[in-house]
Design a protein around this ligand. Structure first.
Ligand code: EPU
Length: 440
């Protein structure tokens, strides 16, 4: 947002010290904006970060006739009273860099009886299919037609509550079901749902709007459809991915960062690993302080998983810190099939990381392996040296910033636009933390 530069030249080797604040989570705020489409009256969302993903969703909502205004920094007012069909080309042009359009289906089917969805973008961290989404929509009675330009979904008889069991607790597919079921006729039972804190926050928003949603044990969610929903007023849950990224930056650079707005509950799994690696943290009323207490860091075994497991988004920044641990760490990535590719650049910078693309057998595994698993074996400590690297995806990109900040010498990180998708004011935050850099 507002970032003109494509590249940053970082003179590394200095600890990051100071305070940064995180606001609402990208992965809640964008969905909350889509939920506003379901209301009869305007919604108010607070703590909205200034990131480009929010601008993209704003433009999409505007293309559908939603009036989006920002009376003050961090606040969005979303008025859906003039919702209308958008021109496909308009949405297609915007969607290139976002996964959010698929979540418009339920609300658009309720409002207009039709949704046109382009091919989806998002980070190139794996195949990212949408089969769970489309099968769920079909279960509600929607008809899905695929064409060369995208997908046309209609609901000639409206949407009716359904029994749905997800093959995997997908975050997006769970949100899809919630956004479609709240106004469907009858009751929906969703089994094997994702229960990430951002999903709980979306459920809280939908309840404020008038929805009836109960969460049963064993990842089952019941949604009783209602006729109408009204707008909501809600403060978005904090961005735990951003908080974990700054925490990893503190550890990797031997620094000390207070992350204002970070909360313990949603980060417990991260905090356990952070402590095992040898990082120190102090949970306070208004945030969490993360620092490197001195002495050697320790290697860990980590396996990414759905909540309450260790988030896939956390492993990329953590791996940079693990290059400084004494011994062999293993990071199993079980959620996406291409989320360890970013390590190639770290190897170029001197890290000893070997990626096993078919995973590793190990007795210490917490969950059964998925077919898409890979494992990164990180042997440290290795001195990182400067390099010129290009941001491959959002979290991988932030990891490159951390690596460049930790490395001796002058590195250039290009393609910064991708980082602006999900990290608010990261350049100003780097300045606040004493980083030595220039934008070019
Ligand atoms: N999957 C399918 N079919 C589907 C949907 C998902 O096979 O129809 C697979 C995916 O390919 C993946 C796995 O299921 O292997 C998990 O995907 P999920 O649907 O849970 O992820 P998502 O909703 O696409 C969100 C976040 C990601 C975050 C994941 C996991 C948003 C916009 N994105 O993705 O965030 O990594 O959940 O927590 O909320 C990021 O912020 O950088 C990011 C990538």
């Amino acid at each position: 947002m507002g970032l003109k530069a494509d590249s940053i030249v970082i003179r590394g080797g200095k600890p990051l010290m100071g305070r940064v604040d995180v606001r609402g989570a990208k992965n809640l705020a964008t969905k909350a904006m889509v939920a506003a489409l379901l209301g009869k009256t305007p919604s108010i969302l607070q703590d909205v970060p200034q990131i480009s993903e929010i601008s993209i969703v704003t433009k999409m909502l505007e293309a559908y006739g939603v009036a989006v205004t920002s009376p003050e920094d961090g606040v969005l007012v979303l008025d859906p009273k003039n919702v209308e069909r958008a021109h496909f080309a308009q949405i297609d042009a915007l969607a290139g860099s976002s996964r959010i359009p698929i979540l418009f289906c339920g609300p658009l089917l309720h409002a207009l009886g039709e949704a046109l969805i382009p091919d989806l973008g998002g980070c190139r961290i794996g195949d990212r299919p949408i089969d769970f989404h489309l099968n769920a929509l079909r279960a509600f009675g929607a008809v899905v037609d695929k064409s060369y330009e995208g997908i046309r979904i209609t609901a000639p008889n409206g949407l009716t509550g359904a029994n749905i069991e997800l093959p995997y607790p997908s975050v997006g597919a769970t949100e899809q079901v919630l956004l479609a079921a709240v106004r469907a006729k009858g009751v929906t039972e969703l089994k094997n749902a994702a229960i990430e804190p951002e999903i709980m926050d979306l459920i809280a928003i939908l309840q404020k709007m008038g929805a009836i949603i109960s969460i049963e044990p064993n990842r089952t969610i019941f949604i009783e459809g209602v006729e109408t929903l009204s707008g909501y007023s809600h403060r978005a849950i904090f961005d735990r991915n951003e908080a974990a990224s700054w925490a990893s930056a503190a550890l990797a650079t031997g620094g000390d960062i207070f992350v204002g707005g970070a909360k313990q509950q949603e980060m417990m799994t991260f905090l356990n690993i952070f402590r095992k690696v040898g990082g120190a943290f102090d949970v306070r009323e208004d945030g969490i302080r993360f620092w490197h207490p001195g002495g050697p860091l320790k290697p860990v075994q980590v396996e990414t998983d759905v909540h309450p497991g260790f988030m896939t988004d956390w492993q990329q920044p953590l791996i940079v810190a693990l290059t400084q641990a004494e011994g062999v760490s293993v990071v199993h990535e079980t959620v996406y099939e291409n989320r360890l590719g970013f390590t190639e650049a770290l190897v170029e910078m001197g890290a000893d990381i070997v990626v096993h693309s078919d995973g590793l057998e190990s007795v210490t595994r917490r969950v059964p392996r998925r077919k898409l698993e890979q494992a990164a074996v990180v042997t440290g400590p290795t001195k990182l040296h400067a390099a010129d690297v290009r941001v491959p995806d959002l979290r991988g990109g932030f990891s490159y910033l951390i690596a460049a900040l930790a490395a001796e010498g002058t590195s250039t990180v290009s393609n910064l636009g991708l980082i602006s998708r999900g990290y608010e004011h990261f350049v100003d935050k780097l300045t606040a933390l004493g980083a030595d850099f220039d934008l070019i």
